[in-house]
Design a protein around this ligand. Structure first.
Ligand code: ADP
Length: 484
């Protein structure tokens, strides 16, 4: 094994303590995988309201931070706990006014809240007398730590010359704020081409100052270097292309495993899809049909979708395809949606469900307890995303034996192989999507053996964090080697 590294992991979200999306999942699982490889990982995040008001296993520790700002030193406290099921320490930076609020985000002073957090986290490393070998920051919220280390921090006796890794989970949120934030942090630097006059763009800063940068899939890493995918930062990303990498996210196998998932009525493993074995998926299929109030037929495909109802997810090309599907363009089929989000898409699915009664069901809510039954009981899982940095839904579907039909973009292109583990299409159109779905259903109906092979390969594919963590370990080593 390579040398044990001291890794400071900074994130605005760490599941289960705080999560609004994939960022939280990664914050909760990647550090555990790195720890299992022998690294000394320490996670830091803000003490949000649920921590301040008492979280089981999380206690205040006797450390008082004096965080330097241009208003003088601001005191902050620290709570400590562990990532569940591990010995990975997690520290929560407590500043009552900034973090003890009902929501994680959505406040006018968000850039200041996270600038403060980022600076305080580095101060905590000093207070713990723990100098990290590498600082790993995620998305714009913690990019200020990278900028500070690369500028003001260079003259700090303890924190100078620490290599940094910046992971982009969502380029759409960039953290733009007035230049005053640099005065607040004691940073003197020049403006970037990507920053409007008097503005700081923390996402751009993370990209500009980090020793190494990565996104959550290799294809997304390439896409964001193009004007179409770059959200205004493609030039900067091209400028840093030699330091930009793509590492696929993993699935938390403690959570997503059909053999142990306690949310399923019947557990099963890959043997369930072998010819002649009792189909362990059948029981889940029947439960799914019952819950969806659909006829319990075993002979037609169940097509499913679980998604945030957001324009990113390809819903503009989905409505027409579902209408065709329900009208029998590929033979008889059932369709089940679980999703919530923008009203226009909720209305679209509600209309379709009312029109195609008895053939489809639309559950317009968020239901983490029900989702596994859909993955386990459906035959085909749709993800026609316009863009997708990594995507977890397709990986979960494959692991549960539901065959994905996806648009070959971002992480979808990296995880689903056409005709091998699923079906893909490229052009962002209902026609291309419909054709791919027709192809899938054709195989489902006509070649059961080939279909079972596709299911089997998906179920056996390695989407573990172990694999991803090896990628991150390498990135840390490269970052260290390039500042040494
Ligand atoms: P994103 O992070 O962009 O929403 P991902 O595919 O990476 O997309 O992750 C989506 C995750 O959220 C999956 O685990 C999926 O099962 C879950 N999910 C999405 N919508 C719902 C819902 N309405 N109910 C339950 N789980 C959902």
């Amino acid at each position: 094994m390579s040398k044990s590294l001291k890794i400071l992991f900074l994130s605005a979200e760490v599941a289960p303590f705080a999560k609004t999306g994939g960022l939280g999942d990664i914050g909760g699982s990647l550090p555990k995988a790195l720890r299992a490889m022998g690294h000394d990982v320490r996670v830091m995040m803000p003490a949000y309201q649920n921590i301040e008001s008492g979280y089981p296993g999380v206690e205040p520790i006797p450390v008082r931070l004096d965080v330097p700002t241009n208003f003088g030193d601001v005191p902050a406290g620290v709570f400590q706990g562990h990532l569940p099921g591990s010995d990975v320490p997690i520290y929560f930076i407590a500043e009552w006014h900034l973090f003890n609020r009902p929501q994680l985000y959505g406040y006018w002073d968000d850039p200041y809240r996270f600038a403060f957090f980022s600076r305080a986290a580095l101060e905590l490393a000093v207070a713990l007398d723990w100098r990290p070998d590498v600082v790993h920051a995620h998305d714009w919220h913690t990019a200020p730590a990278i900028t500070w280390l690369a500028t003001a921090g260079q003259s700090h006796p303890f924190l100078n010359n620490i290599p940094t890794v910046f992971t982009i989970h969502n380029l759409a949120h960039q953290g733009k704020v007035s230049w005053d934030v640099f005065d607040y942090l004691g940073i003197q630097t020049h403006s970037l081409y990507e920053e409007a006059y008097g503005e700081v763009n923390f996402m751009a800063r993370g990209i500009y100052h980090a020793t190494m940068i990565n996104t959550v899939s290799p294809t997304y890493a390439r896409e964001i270097m193009t004007p179409d995918g770059g959200a205004g930062l493609d030039g900067l990303l091209r400028h840093r292309q030699y330091h930009l990498h793509g590492i696929l996210n993993g699935l938390d196998y403690d959570v997503w495993n059909p053999a142990t998932d306690s949310r399923l009525a019947v557990n099963y493993d890959v043997d369930a899809v072998s010819e002649g074995s009792p189909d362990g998926r059948l029981a889940n299929r029947r439960i799914l049909q019952e819950k969806a109030n659909l006829p319990q037929r075993d002979d037609i495909p169940i097509v499913a979708m679980i998604s945030r109802l957001d324009w990113q997810k390809g819903l503009d090309i989905t409505g027409h395809v579902i209408h065709q599907l329900m009208n029998g363009f590929a033979g008889e089929a059932q369709f089940i949606l679980l999703g919530t989000g923008e009203a226009r898409y909720e209305q679209m699915f509600a209309h379709l469900a009312a029109y195609h009664r008895g053939k489809m069901a639309a559950f317009l809510d968020y239901n983490a307890g029900f989702a596994p039954t859909i993955y386990a009981g459906s035959d085909i899982f749709l993800m026609p995303s316009l863009f997708e940095p990594c995507g977890l839904g397709q990986m979960i579907a494959m692991r549960y034996g539901s065959v994905p039909v996806v648009r070959a973009t971002g992480g979808l292109a990296d995880t689903v192989q056409d005709g091998i583990t699923g079906y893909t299409f490229t052009e962002y159109s209902a026609a291309a999507f419909g054709q791919a779905l027709q192809r899938a259903i054709y195989f489902y109906n006509t070649d059961k053996d080939a279909w079972r092979m596709i299911q089997k390969r998906g179920m056996m594919a390695d989407f573990s964090w172990k694999r991803s963590a090896q990628g991150y370990q390498q990135l840390y080593e490269w970052a260290m080697a390039s500042v040494a």
